[in-house]
Each structure stands twice: as structure tokens, then as C-alpha cells.
Design a protein around this ligand. Structure first.
Ligand SMILES: N[C@@H](CCC(=O)N[C@@H](CS)C(=O)NCC(=O)O)C(=O)O
Length: 211
């Protein structure tokens, strides 16, 4: 399998964590995502992923799968152990809800393409874009804190085994810290993230800091 990725990408980090948890190895292809002329915006990469986003996974058979959630669920079906969703249907739904609160409703507001448009259309400078990002991260993690705290039965987001909820929460929390937010504001998340940082599959696959 071949993974198109960027090391600073939080969506890529989710897939890298899932691969590590399942001990699956892939070939990696770096794709630049920063700046108006980034590789991800060029025709050659758009021919691979029409959305111009990373991650994207080429399967052994050469089929291209986009979207981190779809990729991770594919990997979970390909190699079911360790399972990334709990057994009980209600808990599976909670894991997906937490993953989507971050992956669908928080992270999309923080991407380079959004920052580019804020700059181009509204003359937002680095400080304004930083403030925008901190606002949406705080809104997203504030909601995730309540969702997690109301269902949690163990040291991780849901229980004692990593699920989709942990895989989506972790990179977003690392990005929050880098954006200057203190995780202590969300005590449940801070505790979960500290426990995840002790698991090599997470610690070794956090999104890299921007240089
Ligand atoms: N929903 C997508 C989001 C993918 C995404 O937004 N990736 C970012 C990096 S974390 C990206 O490629 N951004 C390029 C850009 O914003 O121009 C997923 O989960 O895979």
C-alpha cells in the first residue's frame, strides 16, 4: 500500500496512528500542502485525489481511498485486530460521534486552504488566522470534552483500548497545544492525551510541528 501524506497533517497523523496500532507497513509519498502553489493544489496530485488533500491511500490493488475516516475503517476491515471500534453498537456510535465532532466539524476550519482564503479574501494576517484557529479549536475541544466525559469508562477516550475517538482526538489536541492553548482547560482531554502519549503508536505518529 502507498500513503500520500504530509508530516504536519493532522488527518495524516490519524492514519499513521491506525497503521502503527495494526502494525501495517506502507510506502509513503510526501505531498506539500503549504502555500498557494503547494503540490497538493497542482494538477498532478488532483489527478490522484480530486480534493487535493492528504491523506490518500493506494491499496495493494491500486485503488485510491481518500478521507482519513474511510481509510481507517478500510484498514480496520483489512486487519481487524486490534479493533478500532468497540463491540457494543452504542459505543461504536459514540466513538464515531467524537471522531466526527473533530474530523468533520473542527479540523476542516483549520486547514491551509482555509487560511489561504482568509488571507486572500479578508486580508487576515498571521495573528488573525492564529486567533481564528484558536477559536475553532477551543469550540471543538470544549464540545469533545463534554462528549468524552459523559461516556468514558477507562483511561482513554472511551475505555481502555484505543478507538477512532482517540485517533481523531490525539492530533487535534497536539495541534491545540502548538497553537498556544493549554489542554488543562479540558481536564478529561488532558488526561486522555497524557495516557495516549504513553502509547508509542500515538507518540511516534503525532503531527510534526511547522518549521
Ligand atoms: N476530511 C479529510 C481532511 C483532509 C485534510 O483537510 N487534510 C489537510 C491536511 S491535515 C490538507 O491536505 N490540507 C491541504 C489544504 O488545506 O490545502 C480527511 O479526514 O482526510
Amino acid at each position: 500500500m502507498k500513503l500520500y501524506l504530509n508530516e504536519i497533517s493532522s488527518a495524516t497523523s490519524r492514519v499513521r496512528v491506525a497503521l502503527a496500532l495494526k502494525d501495517l507497513k506502507v510506502e509513503t509519498v510526501p505531498v506539500g500542502i503549504l502555500g498557494a502553489e503547494a503540490e497538493s493544489r497542482q494538477g498532478a496530485y488532483r489527478a490522484i485525489n480530486p480534493q487535493g488533500l492528504v491523506p490518500a491511500l493506494a491499496t495493494e490493488g491500486g485503488e485510491l481511498i481518500t478521507q482519513s475516516l474511510a481509510i481507517i475503517e478500510y484498514l480496520d476491515e483489512l486487519r481487524p485486530e486490534p479493533a478500532l471500534l468497540p463491540a457494543r453498537p452504542e459505543e461504536r456510535a459514540h466513538a464515531r460521534a467524537i471522531a466526527l465532532a473533530i474530523g468533520a466539524d473542527t479540523h476542516p476550519l483549520l486547514t491551509p486552504r482555509v487560511a489561504l482564503q482568509l488571507g486572500a479574501r479578508f486580508a487576515a494576517d498571521g495573528e488573525a488566522i492564529g486567533s481564528w484557529c484558536r477559536h475553532w479549536i477551543a469550540e471543538g475541544l470544549g464540545a469533545a470534552e463534554k462528549l468524552i466525559a459523559s461516556h468514558r469508562r477507562g483511561p482513554l477516550a472511551l475505555d481502555d483500548q484505543p478507538t477512532l475517538a482517540d485517533i481523531f482526538l490525539f492530533p487535534q489536541a497536539i495541534s491545540a497545544r502548538r497553537a498556544g492553548l493549554a489542554l488543562a482547560e479540558w481536564p478529561t482531554i488532558a488526561e486522555v492525551v497524557a495516557n495516549l502519549e504513553a502509547i508509542p503508536a500515538f507518540a511516534d505518529n503525532a503531527p510534526a510541528a511547522r518549521k
